[in-house]
Structure formats: C-alpha cells, structure tokens
Design a protein around this ligand. Structure first.
Ligand code: ADP
Length: 204
C-alpha cells in the first residue's frame, strides 16, 4: 500500500501550488475539491439525492447543483448543512478510496489527498499516514486570494474565520511547509518533501 499524505492548509496558503509540484515529481493526487465538484455536475452522483433532500430549487437549469443557493442555505441553517454533508461526504469518500486503489496500481511512490478542511473535519486524519500543512501568514493568504475572480476581501476574511486557525492546523501536522517565500522556494520545499516521502516508502 502506498504512503498516504493528507495535504491541507488555509485558503490561499498554496495547497494547489504545492500539490502541483509534488505531482510533477511523480506523486498521485486525489483532490477532494475536484471530486466534490464532479459529483455535483449535471448527472453527478449527488444530484438526485440532493434534489430529493432539498427540492428542485437546489438544482440549476443545466442540472448541476446550484452552488450559490446551497451555500446560502447551508450557511444559515445547521440542519441543511448536516443534510448536505450526509449526502456529499460518503460519495466523496467512496471516490477517494477508488482513486487510492488506482494509485496503488500505478507507479506513484505515494498518494497526496488534498483536503482543505482536513483538520476541521476529523474523519480524514485517520485515513492518512501523515498530515502535511502548508502555512503562511493571514496577510499573505488574503493578498493571494484577492486575485481570485469573484472573491471579495470580505468573503476571504469570512472564509478565514470559518477555517481552523494556524495554531490548530500546525498542531495536527507531521510535515509543514512555510510558504511565505517565492515560488522557487516552494519548488525547493517540494523537492525535499518528495525525497523524504520516497525515503519513507523505501524503508516501510
Ligand atoms: P490554495 O490551494 O491553498 O487555496 P493556491 O495554491 O491556489 O492556494 O495559491 C493561491 C495563489 O497564490 C495562487 O495564484 C498561487 O499561484 C499563488 N502562490 C502560492 N504560493 C505562492 C508563492 N510562494 N509565491 C507566489 N505566489 C504563490
């Protein structure tokens, strides 16, 4: 079985940028955000259960989940959030397991599961061998996500408020990348981590 790394970090910390660099070196990536997106596309596995639970208002005319509607609903209503999660989480886990099996069949030396809320959700911590946290200052997070289309600074602050704080995340980590420098520095971090993870696999 491949070594499984859980990659997490706050919004804008550089998770995607680091994942990309590990994949370029041969890691297999299981991206839970991409899976969540896939299952809520038109015809995705979550669509009919979501329609049954929330009614047709939850589904856009094109057959995809109406993300804006769902976000507003889940943000203001705990029961709605719990229902949403009870539908979506098991489907995500099933797909994650399928992708881990596929990675085990491949030549990838280890698997990186990217989970933005790994520390907050708890369930993933038991599934991974090591937790890798990408960390940077909140000011840097905000500066990075401000460039994202459709995301205002106020929204970025609201997301930061909802996510675990840096200390809590760092306390859950076995491996930490401080991503406050340049992208070249991040390349160096990725290279070191890659060697480290390949070494763990070799001695396991
Ligand atoms: P996350 O996936 O954690 O939300 P991203 O990897 O998408 O964050 O990074 C957010 C933005 O910041 C992206 O545009 C990315 O290219 C940029 N970025 C990440 N790390 C650095 C860095 N060390 N230097 C400059 N830009 C960076």
């Amino acid at each position: 079985m491949a070594l499984i790394i859980g990659l997490t970090g706050g919004i804008g910390s550089g998770k995607s940028a680091l994942a990309e660099r590990l994949v370029a070196r041969g890691a297999a990536l299981v991206d839970t955000d991409a899976i969540a997106h896939d299952i809520t596309r038109p015809g995705g596995a979550a669509i009919e259960p979501l329609r049954a639970a929330f009614g047709s208002a939850a589904i856009s005319a094109d057959g995809a989940l109406d993300r804006g509607w769902m976000r507003r609903r889940a943000f203001t209503n705990r029961a709605a959030k719990a229902t949403l999660e009870s539908i979506v989480h098991p489907l995500i886990r099933t797909e994650v397991e399928r992708q881990i099996l596929a990675a085990n069949e491949s030549s990838a030396p280890y698997v990186v599961i990217a989970v933005p809320l790994l520390v907050e959700s708890g369930i993933w911590r038991e599934r991974v061998d090591r937790v890798l946290v990408v960390d940077c200052s909140e000011a840097t997070q905000i500066a990075r996500v401000r460039e994202r289309p459709g995301l205002t600074e106020a929204m970025a602050h609201a997301i930061l408020e909802m996510q675990a704080g840096r200390d809590e995340r760092l306390a859950a980590a076995q491996d930490i990348v401080f991503n406050e420098g340049s992208l070249t520095d991040l390349d160096d971090h990725a290279q070191r981590l890659h060697h480290f993870y390949c070494g763990i696999r070799a001695t396991a």
